[in-house]
Each structure stands twice: as C-alpha cells, then as structure tokens.
Ligand binder design. Sequence first.
Ligand SMILES: [Zn+2]
Length: 66
Amino acid sequence: MTTSRRHSNSRRDSRRKNNKRIIPATLVKCSNCGAMKIPHRVCLACGYYNGKLVIPQKIKEKQPTK
Ligand SMILES: [Zn+2]
C-alpha cells in the first residue's frame, strides 16, 4: 500500500476541469460586410469568405401575395 496519495480523486478531477481549453474570443472584421466574424470562418452575417460567397443568404424577394 502506497502512502503517496498526493491528491484525492476529486481534487484531481477538479484540476482537470479547470484545465479545459480556453477558447480565445478572437474576431476579425469581415472584409465584405464589416461584421465581426471568426477568423478563417465564413462570415455568418453575409456568407462571404475570402472574397467569395460561400453561403448564399436568403434574399428577400418581393413576392406578390396572392
Ligand atoms: Zn460579412
């Protein structure tokens, strides 16, 4: 039987929990619409990435009612 119990399991687990990755809330300005977006991701505001339209946004078309 070892007596080298440095930390209890609960302490180790809590330490592990505290060791979770901190995601940096880094945002860059969209070169297309100027909205703040996640770098290297498609702009959720306009759907553009790297100057290309990746996600076509729903265009509000004037649909004649009836
Ligand atoms: Zn944009």
